[in-house]
Design a protein around this ligand. Sequence first.
Ligand SMILES: *Cc1c(COP(=O)(O)O)cnc(C)c1O
Length: 584
Amino acid sequence: MNEYSDDSPYFYHPLENIEDVEIFNEALERKKLTRSLQPDRPYTYWTIELYDQKDGIRGGGGLGMLAADALRVADDNNIPFALITPFYPSETHQYMKDGKLFDEHRKMNYHDYGFKLIDQVNVKCCDTLCHLDVIEKRFKSARIIAITEPNFGELYSGLSGSDHRLYQEVSLGFGGYAALKLLGLKPAIMQLNEVATFFAALARLDELVKNGMDFYEAVVYTRKHTLYTNHTLVQAAEAEFSIDQFERFVFPNVKSLAVKKWLADKFTNGHIKLSSVTIEIAELRSGVSKLHTRVANYRDIAGNKVKFKPITNGVDLKTWVMPEIMDYYQKTEILDQHTMPMPNFQNQVDRLTASLIRDFKKNGRKILNEVLKKYPNQNGDIVSFDENAFIFDFRRRFVDYKRPEMPFREPMRLRTILENSGAYYVLAGRVHTGDSVMYEKLKQILKTISEDDYLRTHVFYFPDYDEKLAYGLSCGANAAINIPIVGLEACGTSWMKDIANLNLLISTHDGGVADASINSYLNVSGASEDEELDMLYQRMEEATEIYQNDFDLEFTIKRQLDAYLPVASGARMMQDYLDFLFPS
Ligand SMILES: *Cc1c(COP(=O)(O)O)cnc(C)c1O
């Protein structure tokens, strides 16, 4: 511990004073950055989670999906873009047998997904040198750089403050940074998605100091070139690491004693939250929806509330919108060739008719039925749906705040709605391994379904929720149900896929949905959960009625598109990031 003591001879400035220094003119500096976004100076996007099954990487949810969409949008727009992430050699699938939920672990080999082995890099952990493969897959202007080794483990395996998680995060940060050097790349900007990627910025800081830059200048430089994107709401929920864990996994990889000392000083009572240091090392900070940036409660080390720039998530519309609808959007100049809404897209949206909407949705139903051939329901059966049947869908990770069980609280009311309209209710979502609370809720939902002879044949649960199922359902369902407890969804992107595929949205006013007015969709609200539930049932009934009436259907779908097509566009999101990072 001697080298971290206060009388350390090493040159060292406390970061608190950084704000006082005016060496760098922000705007000027940012302009310089714009010019330097080039193939060998790419936008670097750091993420512990990528959800991109065709490249062999399955994520856990929205964070990974967003990363994949950002990559595709960047590539489509010719932006030099490097996404750095782990390749997990194993992944979990979920299935049901005899009414019980099981995990199945599948081995994943990067050679099967077109990755090329570049070389190896090392990180030091617990007195041993760990060898990591650096693998790469290139697209047009974007690429995935992944680091992996046979014992890297699964995404989010173990507890979030565990040694293994720290090992994975350190490997991504230090290993990933070394990988960039190996490939001759210098980051024009480092976007840190969530604090699990903090070590990438630390590796850069350390490298600058090691190369002779004054520690203080190196900190300023790193801060100017780092964007911390927060996707979570409460700092309090974040796991902590202990100084002992840092001694074993982090400090051995830091070469500069000044950097070590800086980091060691950030511990309180022997523990550290990565958000506190991520906030320090990133001058640019963003949140993922307007509401999120207002309610996210993050404090810096001095205790001041952190301000985040709102940049609402979007999705890659080329990936998520069914081809017929995408053709229509582009032919009628609703979207341009890069899926950015055209300046007066609303005039074009206005020409959409109910019969077109119904035709598109019939086509979407075919896509859904095709996808469902590979996804058994809760009973192990393959189901398909009539093209005229109305389908409600609730598809998202089974976590408490998203309230998957809510529509089942009054089974008779749900049954009546479905019976009166001949509608189906489809649930899809995985329970995080070990989440016993949600597992119990799921069991209760399934019990409710199986105990009612009508629900049994009209409500289906698909356990192995993934990208393809998400696509099938957003093409083939008619109304999406999105009912997070207000204030708890950072953004959510599933509902964007539904809006763009012309589904009715029944939602609470939360996350990115709250970017537009509460009158833009079928809103669910209330002073209590009972009131919300009541309104949810009303909205579900209303949705089936809207579908019977041409005028109402056109009106409702157009209103949604007018309000949310720009929000949903991943091209818009990318433009917002570029405008923020590189103002002209
Ligand atoms: C779109 C998508 C998500 C994102 O879900 P949200 O809960 O809306 O953030 C998660 N998983 C899959 C498979 C998706 O397609």
